[in-house]
Design a protein around this ligand. Structure first.
Ligand code: ADP
Ligand code: MG
Length: 243
């Protein structure tokens, strides 16, 4: 089934602060698109626009879900979530005093997800056995890597068709960075998801990328249509490797 997002000539910002300028980007069905860029360049702003949490001043965002087109700029965040677009937000935004299971169940708050919450909870616990072991623990007691799994699990409770992950590696120990990126890649394959992932960790993100966009000062400065194109980009070398 066709599940994809097309962003065309998007302009957005906060009040008089302009952030995104003429951004066009495609998240192709069944693929992983990575949005690369260092801090403050507009990655989260773009994600907020997709999720209806930031109103663009111009441009278009269209999603195809099971082949059906939807104009996301006309929908609320709840309606976008109900379509099957799940977000793992920057900083994870968990409830630290609640248990793993309670946090996961909060992901199934929408009526369509609520009816299937037990089956989806089983799936999350199969995917992350560590979370099953710790289901009654408050998430505040867990490592950053485990918390990222809770955040991913919570998004999976919505049975998304498109998964958007904002900087999964932030604040994680190096060993968990690679594991988290691998888990997202596996989920894409197992659940046949379409993925958009914002990352600063170029080397890790590129391992699982089908397409990559580099955002600099709110503009797409480079588009790599394959891993090789991304690896060979002069711009990326300059931004990330200081070469
Ligand atoms: N709520 C906000 N109000 C005003 N400015 C913001 C807000 N959020 C982000 N910005 C600004 O927008 C720019 C892009 O931020 P952001 O999209 O968060 O970048 P990134 O995710 O790439 O780090 C930054 O200059 C940031 O300071
Ligand atoms: Mg961000």
């Amino acid at each position: 089934m066709d599940n994809r997002i097309a962003i065309r000539n998007l302009f957005a910002g906060y009040g008089s602060v302009r952030v995104l300028e003429d951004v066009s980007l495609d998240v192709a069905s069944g693929q992983t698109a990575v949005l690369l860029g260092v801090n403050g360049n507009g990655k989260s702003t773009l994600i907020k626009c997709i999720m209806g949490m930031c109103k663009p001043s111009a441009g278009a965002i269209e999603a195809h879900i099971d082949g059906q087109p939807h104009d996301l700029l006309k929908l609320t965040t709840e309606e976008i979530v109900d379509l099957g677009i799940g977000l793992v937000p920057e900083g994870r935004r968990l409830f630290p005093k609640l248990t793993v299971e309670e946090n996961l169940l909060l992901g199934a708050y929408r009526p369509a997800a609520r009816v299937k919450r037990l089956a989806n909870l089983d799936f999350v616990f199969e995917t992350f056995p560590r979370l099953a072991e710790r289901r009654r623990q408050p998430v505040a007691l867990m490592s950053g890597g485990e918390q990222q799994m809770v955040a991913l699990g919570r998004a999976l409770m919505l049975e998304p068709k498109i998964l958007i992950v904002d900087e999964p590696s932030v604040g994680l120990a190096p060993i968990f960075v690679a594991r988290t990126i691998d888990v997202i890649d596996q989920l894409k394959r197992v659940k046949n998801l379409t993925v958009l992932m914002a990352e600063q960790n170029f080397n890790q993100a590129i391992r699982v990328a089908d397409t990559g966009y580099v955002i600099v000062h709110g503009q797409i400065a480079f588009t790599g249509r394959s891993r090789d194109e991304l690896n060979n980009s002069e711009l990326i070398r300059r931004l990330y490797l200081g070469a």
